[in-house]
Ligand binder design. Structure first.
Ligand code: CU
Ligand code: ZN
Length: 197
């Protein structure tokens, strides 16, 4: 059966070639297809050097016990942010990226203000106007654990909007998402520098 089919296909192919010389010319772009494949490989190679994942490991500040990890992963829709924070007081806590990756001060004041490369007003993460670093609130359960995952479209690993080398800060109080310039979120209970992992 196989042989018969092959013979038929071969015969058909021969017929096609013999009957139309035009179709031969039309099939010329084939080598271009091969070149495209080569280019794609090169692009993939370049992408290997790009940052696609970073993490901030948070340490306590202002005498708190708060610790945790915030992972940033580039995904097609934007930046996936995945946070797991422990030893918080139950309820809402302001959650931001601050300008300087410096957690050395005991109260984490060394991290500076909210990361705001476009000189916007403070707001909610989903608001039309916000600091790039405005990530809203974490909500800790009755065990003091806050877990959240979302995809944000403002965050980047490149250019002046890059969050690499900046700091994640968790606050004592809720961010009211409107007070200027920092949402009245109170002191800083945890701080961690965003680093490529
Ligand atoms: Cu903050
Ligand atoms: Zn802000």
């Amino acid at each position: 059966m196989k042989l018969t089919l092959l013979s038929l296909v071969a015969a058909a192919a021969l017929c096609a070639c013999e009957s139309t010389h035009d179709s031969d010319q039309k099939s010329k772009p084939k080598p271009t297809g091969d070149q495209t494949a080569t280019k794609t490989t090169t692009k993939t190679g370049e992408k290997a050097g790009e940052v696609t994942h970073a993490e901030a490991r948070l340490s306590p500040a202002s005498g708190s016990q708060v610790t945790g990890t915030v992972m940033f992963t580039q995904v097609p829709a934007g930046m996936e942010v995945r946070a797991h924070i422990e030893h918080l007081t139950p309820g809402k806590h302001g959650f931001h990226i601050h300008e300087k990756g410096d957690c050395s001060a005991p109260d984490a004041s060394s991290a500076g203000g909210h990361f705001n490369p476009d000189d916007h007003k403070h707001g909610d993460r989903t608001a039309a106007e916000r600091h790039e670093g405005d990530l809203g609130n974490l909500v800790a359960n009755d065990k003091g654990v806050a877990e959240v995952t979302f995809v944000d479209t403002a965050l980047s690993f490149t250019g002046k909007h890059s969050i690499l080398g900046r700091a994640v800060i968790v606050h004592t109080d809720p961010d009211d998402l409107k007070s200027q310039p920092v949402g009245n979120a109170g002191g800083r209970v945890a701080c961690g520098v965003i680093e490529q992992r």
